[in-house]
Design a protein. Structure first.
Length: 333
C-alpha cells in the first residue's frame, strides 16, 4: 500500500501542475481514473520484482540468499501495532462508506418517484445530487430551477460519474492514510462538476441565472460523500471554468510526464533490493567452513593444507553434490 501511495502522490502533483486548470475535462477525468489503475495495478508487478531480487544468486548448486537477518528488523510489538492501526483505519473507512450507502438507500425508499429516475426528497435543505442513475431533488428546487438542475444531474448520470466515485472511494478505504488518495477524489469530483456545468452551458439556458443559482446553493447541505452534489467544490472556480476559453491541446502533453515519474518511483523503491542483490552476487559463493577436504582418499581439515607442498599435487577435483568436496591426489613419492 505504501508503494501505491507514493505513485498516487506523484501522479497527483503532475495533475495539479499541468492539467487541473485546463478545460479538457474528459481527458482529465481519464487521467485521474488511470492514476488509480496505475497505482494499484502495478502493485503485483512490484511484488514480483521484489521477490525476484530476493532469489538466491546461484552458481551451480551453491549460492548465497538474502536471509531475514540481512533486513532491518523491527520489534514485533511495533509491527503488530502498525498492522493494527492500518486495519482499524480500513474498517472505519469501510463503515463510513457503508453508512453513506445506507443513507442514500433510505432517502431513495422514502422519496417520491417521478419520471423514473427522479426522486423527490422530503427535506429541501439538501442540495440536489445524483447517484446510481437517479437524481435526488426537493420539490421546491424542482419547481424553482428544475430544468437547469435536471440537465446538470442528467450529465452526471450519462457519464456514470457515480462509478468513478465508488472506485475512488475503494482506493481511499485501503489507502486512507495517504493524503493523495483524498485529494485525487476531490479533483475527480471537481472534473465531474465541470462536465455537468458545461452541459448546462451548452443547453442554451441563461448561464448567468444558472451561476446565480449555484451561488445561492453554496450554503446547502451536501447529502453524501459518495454523491455528486450540485454545490460541490469552489463555486467561484466552477464559474471561472465555465467562462474560460478552450485550453490548447498541447497542454495535455504534461500528462505524459507521469510515465517517467512512475518508472522513477519503481526504481527508487526497489533500489535497495537491487543493490543488495548485486552486493550478494559479488560475494564468494563457496563456504570453506562447509567444504570437505580429501587428500589421497583420506578426509583432512583445512589446516592440513598449509604444510602441503604444491609440487606434490597431481590433481585437484572439486565436486558440489550434495556439498562441496575438494579431492587432492598426490604424486607417488
Amino acid at each position: 500500500m505504501a508503494y501505491s501511495g507514493i505513485i498516487l502522490i506523484c501522479l497527483y502533483f503532475i495533475y495539479k501542475l499541468f492539467l487541473c486548470n485546463t478545460t479538457h475535462h474528459g481527458f482529465n477525468r481519464l487521467y485521474l481514473m488511470l492514476s488509480y489503475v496505475v497505482a494499484f495495478a502495478l502493485l503485483p508487478l512490484q511484488m514480483f520484482f521484489d521477490n525476484a531480487m530476493r532469489q538466491p544468486v546461484a552458481h551451480g548448486r551453491t549460492g548465497v540468499s538474502i536471509s531475514d537477518s540481512d533486513a532491518l528488523s523491527l520489534p514485533q510489538w511495533m509491527v503488530l501495532s502498525v498492522i493494527g492501526i492500518y486495519i482499524a483505519g480500513v474498517a472505519i473507512m469501510l463503515a463510513i462508506t457503508l453508512a453513506n450507502m445506507v443513507k442514500i438507500a433510505r432517502i431513495n425508499r422514502g422519496g417520491t418517484r417521478h419520471d423514473g429516475n427522479i426522486v423527490f426528497t422530503a427535506d429541501d435543505r439538501f442540495t440536489p445530487f445524483g447517484w446510481g442513475g437517479r437524481i435526488f431533488i426537493s420539490e421546491k428546487d424542482y419547481a424553482e430551477n428544475g430544468e437547469a438542475i435536471l440537465i446538470h444531474e442528467s450529465s452526471h448520470i450519462s457519464h456514470h460519474h457515480w462509478i468513478d466515485i465508488m472506485l475512488a472511494q475503494l482506493a481511499i478505504i485501503f489507502n486512507w492514510f495517504n493524503p493523495a488518495a483524498w485529494l485525487l477524489l476531490r479533483e475527480l469530483k471537481n472534473v465531474h462538476e465541470y462536465q455537468a456545468d458545461a452541459a448546462v452551458a451548452d443547453s442554451g439556458l441563461n448561464i448567468k441565472q444558472y451561476q446565480l443559482m449555484l451561488i445561492r446553493k453554496t450554503a446547502g447541505i451536501k447529502f453524501s460523500m459518495l454523491a455528486n452534489c450540485l454545490n460541490h467544490g469552489l463555486i467561484s472556480k466552477r464559474i471561472n471554468m465555465m467562462l474560460s476559453k478552450p485550453t490548447p491541446k498541447r497542454s495535455m502533453m504534461g500528462a505524459f510526464l507521469s510515465i517517467p515519474a512512475v518508472v522513477a518511483v519503481i526504481m527508487f523503491v526497489n533500489f535497495d533490493s537491487m543493490a543488495t542483490s548485486m552486493t550478494h552476487s559479488l560475494r564468494p559463493t563457496t563456504d570453506w567452513d562447509e567444504t570437505e577436504w580429501i587428500i589421497d582418499g583420506k578426509p583432512v581439515d583445512y589446516e592440513s593444507l598449509e604444510g602441503l607442498d604444491p609440487d606434490r599435487i597431481k590433481s585437484i577435483t572439486v565436486t558440489k553434490d550434495p556439498k562441496t568436496h575438494v579431492i587432492i591426489e598426490l604424486k607417488d613419492k
